[in-house]
Design a protein around this ligand. Structure first.
Ligand SMILES: [Zn+2]
Length: 420
């Protein structure tokens, strides 16, 4: 069940569909047998995995949402016994609890191989030195890039986030050839490099891999110009095989979906029906080889479309266009998805009462910020400046702790906030 190695280039579309069908049949049987959620969902919708005979039957399957994964906290979505799980990650979702992602040994290998395939396709080898500036924490991102670099025998420097001066020094002194960063942080590094009088000729960068948040094509051009190295778009999400399930090749026509690992659909978010080829909609993903937490028709919330023309590189994996953002009201700051429900929860926890508020993300790169406007009500905020300051500090601390982002908080008249 491991992903096909680089010979996916030789697969015909018929081969790919056959692989997908067989892997789906196996996955559907496994989840019906071992995950109570899917067993019940299949019964409710009258879906029988034994009658799943063609990919056209996918539309008969129920969706899985972020809320479903959150409600299953901690282990209800696990499809294998905990003794066979070798790593546990979490990611934030819309629900009250985080989404828990377990990996079997084979899941970790598959995830590493999937991303290793992306590295290889853009010319990275065991000679390369990877600098991973993503957070090594509960999320999967940094670990996936790390494991995949090891898979191809490259050197990895796990610098994690922040300490920009140190990052630059390491980049120069250690001869980093592949930089892995969120778009925002890549820009911070570029600006820091330029302000310190460093030039790209002092570095040995040959690829910059961006992940974790949407970004503009202007940013990619600025980074390519500033670092004198090509930028690649790496899409992924923790709940579905991690980063690399879609990624640009050297042609940069679009992002090749790793179609032997995931089955992708684009649906109309309102009707749930598939959109016409080439149309924008919501990306829905089904895992094909995950053992610990397989997900069926998972609604990613990401706005996406499939390109209809083939890629000049010769790969038969279909192309996803650059993902421009969300179809819903989830905000993305520094690679962290923030649903309105999460903001609401922190506010209510800290303040002990519901307040009116409005959140927005301003700026890009170093100036990017989550700005939170909170309507002041009498019982909450007294007119003494000192108490207001303490309240704001407590809120900022709570957001940093529970969401991982420290917002700029503005106390405003309740009438000027239109989000309830
Ligand atoms: Zn290609």
């Amino acid at each position: 069940m491991s992903p096909c190695p680089a010979h996916h280039l030789r697969l015909t579309r018929e081969d790919i569909r056959q692989i997908q069908l067989e892997r789906l049949q196996s996955t559907l049987h496994r989840v019906r047998r071992r995950v109570a959620f899917y067993k019940q969902r299949f019964q409710e919708t009258g879906f029988n995995p034994d009658q799943f005979e063609s990919l056209d039957d996918m539309v008969k399957l129920p969706f899985t949402t972020e809320q479903d994964l959150s409600d299953a906290y901690p282990y209800d979505m696990f499809c294998i016994p905990l003794r066979d799980v070798v790593r546990i990650h979490t990611t934030t979702g819309r629900g009250n609890s985080p989404i828990v992602i377990g990996n079997s040994e084979r899941d970790l290998t598959n995830r590493a191989k999937l991303l290793a395939r992306v590295y290889t396709s853009i010319g990275l080898t065991s000679e390369d030195v990877f600098q991973i500036t993503l957070r090594y924490g509960l999320g999967t991102g940094a670990f996936s890039f790390h494991d995949a670099a090891r898979e191809i025998g490259a050197s990895t420097i796990p610098t994690s986030v922040g300490h920009t001066d140190k990052q630059l020094k390491i980049m120069r002194d250690f001869g980093t050839s592949c930089l892995i960063a969120t778009p925002g942080y890549a820009r911070i590094l570029l600006e820091a490099m330029e302000s310190r009088g460093m030039t790209p000729s002092m570095l040995r960068l040959k690829a910059i891999l961006l992940t974790g948040e949407p970004w503009s094509t202007n940013l990619a051009a600025d980074l390519e110009q500033g670092f004198q190295a090509p930028v690649y778009d790496i899409y992924g999400l923790s709940a579905v095989c991690g980063p690399g399930i879609a990624a640009q090749c050297q042609e940069k026509t679009g992002l090749h979906l790793q179609e032997d690992m995931v089955y992708a659909e684009i649906i109309d978010p309102q009707s749930g029906k598939p959109v016409a080829p080439g149309q924008w909609g919501e990306l829905v993903l089904t895992t094909l080889v995950e053992e610990a937490v397989p997900v069926i028709r998972y609604r990613t919330g990401d706005r996406a479309r499939l390109l209809t023309s083939p890629c000049a590189c010769g790969s038969t994996f279909r192309l996803l266009d650059h993902v421009p953002g969300r179809i819903d009201d989830v905000l993305i700051v520094k690679g962290i998805n923030i649903a309105p429900e999460m903001i609401e929860r922190v506010l209510t926890d800290v303040l002990g009462t519901a307040v009116s508020w409005k959140a927005e993300v301003t700026g890009e790169g170093p100036t990017q910020q989550l700005v939170l406007r909170i309507g002041i009500t009498e019982p909450l905020f007294f007119d003494q400046m000192k108490r207001q300051r303490a309240m704001v500090d407590r809120l900022r601390h709570a957001f940093a702790q529970w969401i991982g982002v420290t917002p700029r908080i503005l106390l405003v008249e309740p009438q000027s906030v239109n989000n309830g």
